[in-house]
Structures are given as C-alpha cells and as structure tokens.
Write a protein that binds this ligand. Structure first.
Ligand SMILES: O=C([O-])CC(=O)C(=O)O
Length: 162
C-alpha cells in the first residue's frame, strides 16, 4: 500500500498524531513502520551508529538531531549496517548524506535535508529517552508510520491490513 497514512488517519484518527515537519524521503523503502527507538544528539552520530549496528527487529530509529542541517547524522555506511541488521527505517530531525546511495537501500529514510559533511564522533548523545519533536511527545516503544504523505505516531501498534 503506497498511501498508507491517509488510510490510517481515516480509520484510526483518534490513535494517531502527525509529526508535522518538512520531511523528505531518502530511502528506497518509501512506506515503513515499526516500534520506535529514540536518540537525541547534536552534530554527533555516535549513538546512531551504535544502535544501527545492533539487531533492529524491524524497528524504526527516530533521531532528534536538533534540526541541524550542518552535519549529516546518517550516510551510506551506517545506513547499510541498518539494512544488514533488519531495521525498518530511520527518521532524522536533521540531515543525511550519500543521497544517491541511500536512494538504493531497502531502508525507510526520512530527514529534513542533506549535507555532504559528516559529524565528528565524540560519543555525545542519549538513547531510549522521550523526545518532543514538532511539538509531539514521542516515547520509546511508540509505533511510527511513514510514507510520502508524512510521519505519524501511535502509542500502540495499529492493526494494518495487507
Ligand atoms: O560515517 C558517518 O558519520 C556518516 C556516513 O557518512 C556514513 O554513515 O557512511
């Protein structure tokens, strides 16, 4: 189903909250969902790299990068490790790089923008904490649904049709 979110909002409007931001699609998987794992970091992708090197079990990594478009929190190598480790997707409130390669990977990737410069990894950043993104509180263990129409959060897993 290419247009998942419109159908979900028709059926489950009470359960869903839109994460309204100017998201752009970067991955080859344009429709994705999964249980949320969170990271908060600023121009340092240490935690992003660590988590995406662990088994993803179909989850989605939601990264609050403070909206910075100065440094890329995800590039081709880390995204490839996410695919190998069975993550469903990565959403970055910040920037990515290696756009042409991300486009070919079987991973959901949405971010605010892109920039060719990587971060300096100093081991700074937090994981598995509640985030407030675009005015919405998001907790680890929430469910995230994403497609070309946007990104939405639900406290519980929604029953999807095939
Ligand atoms: O290494 C980084 O920080 C980001 C990157 O380019 C990659 O994931 O390949």
């Amino acid at each position: 189903m290419l247009d998942l979110l419109p159908d979900l909002f028709d059926e489950f409007a009470d359960e869903l909250t839109l994460l309204a931001a100017p998201w752009r699609q970067y991955g080859a998987k344009r429709v994705f969902c999964g249980e949320v794992v969170t990271v908060k970091c600023f121009e340092d992708n240490s935690r992003v790299k660590e988590l995406l090197a662990e088994p993803g079990h179909g989850r989605v990594l939601l990264v609050d990068g403070g909206g910075s478009l100065e440094k890329a929190l995800l590039g081709d190598l880390i995204a490839t490790s996410a695919v190998k480790n069975a993550w469903s997707g990565v959403i970055i409130y910040g920037a990515v790089r290696d756009v042409a390669t991300l486009n070919t990977l079987a991973l959901g990737v949405q971010a605010l923008g892109h920039v060719p410069i990587k971060t300096e990894r100093r081991g700074v950043g937090d994981k598995e904490l509640p985030l407030t993104l675009a005015g919405v509180d998001v907790f680890p263990g929430n469910w995230l649904y994403a497609d070309d129409n946007g990104v939405a959060i639900s406290r519980t897993r929604l029953p999807l049709k095939d």
